[in-house]
Design a protein around this ligand. Structure first.
Ligand code: OAD
Length: 332
């Protein structure tokens, strides 16, 4: 029994066993909870009172550990970006937080104040389209008034230095699209808005494909917008909780992931959706060096090779600058 437990512990926490950890987490949540709990105990309890600690010490793997380990890991993260060229970046609301846009589940987050079922479902839109539009009008206005921050710019810089690059953003704002580095922006092929775009208004009539971009149009808040072709209601071009993502977008991501990535960078998301976790872990399992940037722990943190618990706009420009501009020789 003890040998079996030792086997599980060692393999579960081994830094190169991401696939195994993901498998256990998904299919054996109870075992995963035990292992997590025991790891926490092992870290805080004196050795004598916790015999199983003898079998597992994460610092042996140089994974959780000293400041020196962390420096080594950061250097490895930077080097992995420098040397390799196939990069996938996944972002969430946290990357736009420093541009003044609220997140969803953070302190002042939308879903802390409002019920997403009443504002972000097709069902809610069919029942009370005015209330749903009001929510999106307000968000549109906030986004129009905000500017891309240093993290958005750093992502463009990174993309310009990669042979192949894909940004999967859950954000419906257009800050990634507007961000510029040395006069260049991300191309349409490099960015996927997996949850749609807030400035797009599209027709609800299944037989009408009318859509338009309202980025520069003033929203007339008193009225429900109507389709100029068929007079049905228009709706925001976002993906709601009771809807599926765009099939083509998902296919593009899956296709990108058929070849191994060198780095997967996850920034400012709680990774609440399983497909987000699946894409990230698929890249990691196929050999990508997995870096997460988030001030808080997330459901993905424990799988990351390197977690940087800082705000994106502070740390990302430094990471990308060092990786891209200084060159591999600068890290001894
Ligand atoms: P959340 O609000 O769930 O998570 C935001 C994450 O950003 C949190 O983990 C924060 O710790 C982190 N964060 C906050 N400030 C940060 C900063 N300055 N730098 C880096 N990270 C920071 O937002 P998402 O994960 O994007 O979907 O939410 C995913 C989806 O859930 C959204 O696309 C939306 C929402 O409901 C739909 O509406 C369908």
């Amino acid at each position: 029994m003890r040998a079996c437990y030792r086997y599980w512990l060692t393999f579960y926490f081994h830094p190169h066993r991401n696939a195994f950890r993901a498998y256990v987490d998904w299919f054996f949540p109870t075992v995963s909870a035990w292992l997590q709990r025991d790891e926490e105990k092992a870290a805080t309890w004196p050795a004598r009172t916790f015999r199983r600690q003898r079998f597992f010490d994460p610092s042996e793997f140089g994974w959780i550990g000293s400041e020196k380990d962390k420096r080594v890991q950061l250097r490895r993260a930077i080097q992995s970006i420098q040397e390799k060229t196939r990069v996938m970046v996944v972002t969430g609301a946290g990357i736009s937080a420093e541009s003044g846009l609220p997140t969803f589940r953070g302190k002042e987050g939308y879903w802390r104040k409002w019920n997403p079922r009443r504002l972000a479902t097709l069902e809610a839109f069919q029942r009370t389209p005015e209330i749903v539009w009001q929510f999106y009008y307000e968000r549109r206005q906030q986004i129009r008034q905000s500017e891309p921050n240093a993290a958005h710019v750093a992502i463009v810089q990174l993309a310009l230095n990669c042979a192949e690059f894909l940004l999967v953003t859950q954000n419906v704002d257009d800050l990634h699209d507007r961000a510029e580095y040395q006069g260049q922006r991300l191309s349409n092929g490099q960015i996927i808005h997996i949850h749609g775009k807030i400035f797009v208004s599209r027709c609800t009539n299944p037989n009408c494909d009318f859509k338009r971009n309202d980025r520069n149009a003033g929203d007339v808040e008193a009225e429900l917008p109507r389709c100029p072709r068929c007079n049905w209601n228009l709706r925001p071009g976002v993906v709601w909780f009771d809807e599926d993502n765009d099939h083509n977008d998902e296919e593009r991501i899956e296709k990108f992931l058929t070849k191994p990535c060198d780095v997967v960078l996850v920034i400012g998301t709680t990774a609440t959706f399983d497909y987000i976790r699946r894409w990230v872990l698929t890249a990691a399992v196929k050999g990508a060096w997995f870096i997460e940037i988030n001030p808080d722990k997330t459901r993905l943190s424990r799988f990351a090779h390197h977690v940087i618990h800082r705000r994106a706009a502070r740390v990302l420009p430094q990471l990308v600058n060092e990786a891209v501009e200084l060159g591999p020789g600068s890290f001894g």
